[in-house]
Design a protein around this ligand. Sequence first.
Ligand code: TYD
Length: 138
Amino acid sequence: MSLEQCKILDLPKIHDPRGNLTFVESSRHIPFEIKRVYYLYDVPGGETRGGHAHKNLQQFIISMSGSFDVVLDDGFAKKTVNLNRSYKGLYLPSMTWRDLVNFSSGSVLMVLASEYYDEADYYRDYDEFVAAVKSGVK
Ligand code: TYD
């Protein structure tokens, strides 16, 4: 997938002096049906995660607290996106390599995913991912 398809999307934000509220509706605010939600927490400051791509999975990543950078790579080019607001998220189509870096300590990251967990959907080897992108064979 090309990097132009990786997009920051704004979510609804209900301002309230008692605390703001944001919500996400499946297939409405993000372009897929949500089958799974997972989150990263207790991440030590400066830690790195990710380091993989998915054959079919689409994801939407939200920083619930703190800040981190997502380094995106479609096999041809790279781009870095910072996430640090709970009312914005990053849409990741399939076949996008991502490294999650520069976590501020105490960051909480939530991921909405289009499929159930399936290890067979992962590319964990970067060269294998690039070969698949260039050959068009997943
Ligand atoms: P991984 O996707 O590599 O984490 P990250 O991209 O955040 O660095 O997953 C880490 C481990 O957790 C790996 O052993 C697979 C397991 N896991 C599940 O069992 N279910 C899940 O939904 C996810 C996302 C991971």
